[in-house]
Design a protein around this ligand. Structure first.
Ligand SMILES: C[S@@+](CC[C@H](N)C(=O)[O-])C[C@H]1O[C@@H](n2cnc3c(N)ncnc32)[C@H](O)[C@@H]1O
Length: 313
């Protein structure tokens, strides 16, 4: 569904703890990024977790940004890649259903956080005239390298727009997977949607997400991907019982950080029952209700009992 608000949405920048800004979505009742730091989240959970400093040594890279939003994951990726290899040619697809966010994110306060070539890429993406449901952009930058970026935002429900990438056999070495939380936006965390996204994941290649939820990890596993954890950078005094900052998945890689015994047991609890959307068309309530029915019917350990066993409060 293409979101075209009756009166244009005003996105008000909200500061996060690393000094960068995020937005709050009234529709999903969530901020777009972690309150701990929007910019640092984009680097730690997406650019670094997909191994971009190493991948950037290649002459070219394909990236897929699922839920482009303000474009921070794309921006952190481009910064990381071009710092290692200023000549690297990048092809990027971003999926989102609300272009007003990308447009608001190129205001001078927000975009000043990024280097000149990255600002040019974000601006070109956000300013492009929609053609049908897509916004084609070719960024050409003066300087060390020209024509090193080609980007396109596909605007619409990602469950549909991903089909275009599958048809053209787009293969990304890095996929940033960043919808609102599974509780608020379950449509984009189902086994069926991950199966579509995984068809765009190159071998080798990595998908990274901030979610370390058991249902999300189970869904990635059911699709056939190897999964690893993104360990905490440091213990978080505000969240003393937190155990990971996300999940990484790959078809082929054996070098992912393995899930701890505690995380593996989490997958066996009721929380590990994956979300389902058989026809890729259900609404949030139907998808959550289906998961609850499956949880009620099974005889899995409750997640609260698992938490108690591991001293998670
Ligand atoms: C958590 S925010 C993404 C933040 C973004 N990665 C960034 O760095 O700013 C989630 C995004 O998902 C988009 N979204 C929500 N439902 C969607 C859907 N069904 N299809 C595509 N995008 C969707 C929202 O417009 C929002 O921009």
């Amino acid at each position: 569904m293409l979101v075209t608000p009756a009166c244009p949405m005003t996105w008000i920048p909200q500061p996060t703890q690393d000094g960068s800004f995020t937005f709050f979505s009234p529709a999903f009742n969530e901020t777009f990024h972690s309150r701990q730091g929007a910019r640092s989240e984009a680097f730690a959970k997406f650019a670094l977790a997909t191994d971009l400093p190493r991948l950037a040594q290649r002459p070219s890279l394909n990236l897929l940004d699922v839920c482009y939003g303000l474009g921070y994951n794309t921006a952190a990726a481009l910064e990381t890649i071009w710092q290692v290899n200023p000549q690297c040619q990048v092809v990027l697809y971003g999926l989102d259903n609300d272009l007003t966010v990308a447009a608001a994110a190129i205001s001078p306060t927000l975009i000043a956080n990024w280097s000149a070539p990255v600002q040019a890429a974000l601006t070109a993406l956000a300013n492009a005239e929609p053609v049908g449901l897509s916004v084609p952009v070719t960024g050409e930058f003066q300087g060390q390298s020209q024509n090193k970026f080609q980007g396109q935002l596909l605007i619409g429900d990602a469950r549909q727009t991903i089909q275009q990438l599958i048809r053209q056999n787009f293969q990304a070495q890095a996929i940033f997977f960043d919808p609102f939380s599974p509780r608020r936006c379950p449509q984009l965390w189902t086994v069926e949607f991950f199966a579509q996204v995984a068809r765009c994941l190159a071998r080798p290649g990595r998908l990274a997400t901030y979610s370390r939820s058991a249902a999300v990890r189970s869904a990635l596993g059911l699709v056939g991907l190897q999964i690893g954890t993104i360990p905490l950078a440091a213990p978080d005094p505000n969240h003393p019982h937190e155990w990971a900052q996300g999940t990484v998945a790959s078809w082929t890689e054996t070098s992912l950080t393995p899930l701890s015994p505690m995380e593996l047991e989490h997958l066996q609890t009721r929380a590990g029952i994956a979300l389902r959307d058989p026809d890729l068309s259900d609404g949030a309530a139907a998808i959550l209700a289906r998961q609850q029915r499956e949880q009620a019917l099974g005889d899995r350990e409750s997640t609260s009992s698992w938490r108690r066993r591991w001293g998670l409060g």
